[in-house]
Design a protein around this ligand. Sequence first.
Ligand SMILES: CCCCCCCCCC/C=C\CCCCCCC/C=C/C(=O)SCCNC(=O)CCNC(=O)[C@H](O)C(C)(C)COP(=O)(O)OP(=O)(O)OC[C@H]1O[C@@H](n2cnc3c(N)ncnc32)[C@H](O)[C@@H]1OP(=O)(O)O
Ligand SMILES: Cc1cc2nc3c(=O)[nH]c(=O)nc-3n(C[C@H](O)[C@H](O)[C@H](O)COP(=O)(O)OP(=O)(O)OC[C@H]3O[C@@H](n4cnc5c(N)ncnc54)[C@H](O)[C@@H]3O)c2cc1C
Length: 669
Amino acid sequence: MEAGGAGEVDHLAGERATAQFDVDHMKVAWAGSRHAVDVADRMARLVASDPVFRKDNRTMLPRKELFKDTLRKAAHAWKRIVELRLTEEEANLLRLYVDQPGYVDLHWGMFVPAIKGQGTEEQQKKWLPLAYKFQIIGCYAQTELGHGSNVQGLETTATFDPKTDEFVMHSPTLTSSKWWPGGLGKASTHAVVYARLITEGKDYGIHGFIVQLRSLEDHSPLPGVTLGDIGGKFGSGAYNSMDNGVLRFDHVRIPRDQMLMRLSQVTKEGKYVHSNVPKQLLYGTMVFVRQTIVADASKALSRATCIAVRYSAMRKQFGPQTGGPETQVLNYKTQQSRLFPLLASAYAFRFVGEWLKWLYTDVTHKLEAKDFSTLQEAHACTAGLKAVTTSATADGIEECRKLCGGHGYLNSSGLPELFATYVPACTYEGDNVVLLLQVARILMKTVSQLASGKQPVGTMAYMGNVQYLMQCKCGVNTAEDWLSPAAIREVFEARALRMAVNCAQNINRAPSQEEGLYELSPDLLEVAVAHIQLIIVTKFIEKVEQDIPGEGVKEQLRNLCNVYALYLVHKHLGDFLSTGCMTARQGALANQQLGKLYAQLRPNAVALVDAFNYTDHYLGSVLGRYDGNVYPALYDEAWKDPLNDSPVPDGYREHLRPLLKQQLKLSRL
Ligand SMILES: CCCCCCCCCC/C=C\CCCCCCC/C=C/C(=O)SCCNC(=O)CCNC(=O)[C@H](O)C(C)(C)COP(=O)(O)OP(=O)(O)OC[C@H]1O[C@@H](n2cnc3c(N)ncnc32)[C@H](O)[C@@H]1OP(=O)(O)O
Ligand SMILES: Cc1cc2nc3c(=O)[nH]c(=O)nc-3n(C[C@H](O)[C@H](O)[C@H](O)COP(=O)(O)OP(=O)(O)OC[C@H]3O[C@@H](n4cnc5c(N)ncnc54)[C@H](O)[C@@H]3O)c2cc1C
């Protein structure tokens, strides 16, 4: 927990004293409201003070014990939620701070939303109360051994039998085995299963079905259902707490009314009826989860940067040639140029995540009113932001590990496990490359419609300004000119549009559109990234333009926003130069300004990570401790490893002793 208790020494107090802003108000800006800070604080402390939620030994547990520990924590969390009558907001935060992937994530995060989004009112009335009370546990079974990205390529079949008014669920091939769904392997009693609907001899493509998998009496798999866990995953602890599973059906029958029938129906005679709605609504659960994943990216990256900033402030190496105290590694310009852009990215992702949540809610209301006009915008923003933020976060966590030197490689730093748990976010809910190609296709379509005078809307509205953006010249003359939000916005818009137009022209030169899209797909990825980075920069600028209370808070956020934008300019300078958006000199000025911003950020760095308001329990890192008292903690932690249970290790008698004795005999010869 935070320092302040009797006898505690704050080794980072000097760092905290140099902050030029009101940390308490920054906590509000980060969390979204005073209420959000208070609820998060209460839930974090509730978890941290409960011994059942202990996690410091997690990376040392064998898989079976780790899984049992996950079951215990989930059951205990539910008990606390019921006993304390927690609200949905509080319960959600409790899950976050328990910080152990498990079946509940999929139950609440995908099974329930799939029924809400794709079930009829009647189906919701039947299934949701059971799920809400945990009388059933559900998962989301879409991916198969042979196909994940290509949802239309799934092979599981659901064949309607009008004689019995049932669907027959079947896995016709090995590759049709469901493979990966979280919570499926050992915990779930039910699943929303995605399968090809076949009726009257015709294949109508992928639809969702609620299928019971296990007995509600003794949890054994039902007849015709084969179930298991798919095996150990990357890293220690980490995502191994989750029972990602395999599932096969051998002609398993389910009642007709277990097909999710909000979007399309099958009558008892076997007639297929499609409601007058876009078929992509079938993908609605994925869109919902992608939006939550963007919000989670800022949490993961802020955790990693909190650890790396605090540790870098206490760690000292080398010193001035003239003697005197050693230098805090955070004072090295190289450390700052690697770490501060990540800190700025954590803030950028937090604010774009907040905006995306608003967009998602807005689109959902429109869909309820049968207005489907913003569906494409929701898809492009959730897919693109999910891809860009998760890739940057995974890379950022790994960079934070390196920023902590050797100690960052220890499990007790928390960083290896954080990375191993986080990195699959680049793959699940849509492989990032596949998602970026979706965004790029939408951008190409938008470019092709510009000539007809169709005005793009939403986050693509800037493309309508094509005449100006294709020929504008960046007006920056001095390093300070780069502090203008208008200048930053314009170069990001010009870069994104010019890259999109260039790519569209190259595609048009190909023998066919399909061939063009295929050949130029590496360029398309970069087009999508440029567009999504523009969105993140724009939303950060808009945030900073709002009324933000608290001494110095707005100034710090403006600094972070500039760091984020100019770091991207520096990193992607090739894009900006090759599209003629700026000159090489202007690029050099951007880098010069970036250096000045790092210097301004330096005295505020520790306070900026304090504003995340994370408990030591949630951080789970001896390096990221609030009090900065790292060395005794590292030393104590080492002795907890089971390898140190005895001074002479197991295996000495069988493998070390004979070897040593043999060497002794040989040396005597
Ligand atoms: C009270 C107590 C509370 C207790 C508290 C607990 C609370 C817990 C809450 C927890 C919350 C969250 C936790 C979440 C945990 C997350 C764990 C993650 C686990 C992982 C799960 C998964 O991975 S599930 C599987 C995901 N799979 C994928 O993502 C597959 C990716 N592939 C696709 O999406 C599609 O195949 C693809 C889009 C690539 C292609 O589809 P296809 O049908 O072939 O379509 P196209 O031909 O490409 O396009 C046709 C047109 O459709 C448009 N389009 C495509 N997708 C969408 C879409 N999603 N929406 C809208 N439109 C779409 C596309 O643009 C084309 O349009 P056009 O106009 O015709 O060109
Ligand atoms: C930890 C974890 C949890 C998961 N949980 C669930 C779950 O609960 N439920 C569920 O249903 N699924 C789940 N999944 C599965 C996940 O959704 C898929 O793994 C994901 O969608 C990627 O699909 P894939 O594995 O088929 O990858 P592939 O598509 O086979 O990707 C392999 C490579 O091919 C490339 N590639 C593929 N298509 C294209 C293309 N068109 N153009 C260019 N490159 C391409 C990719 O970029 C990648 O480099 C989970 C996966 C993981 C890792």
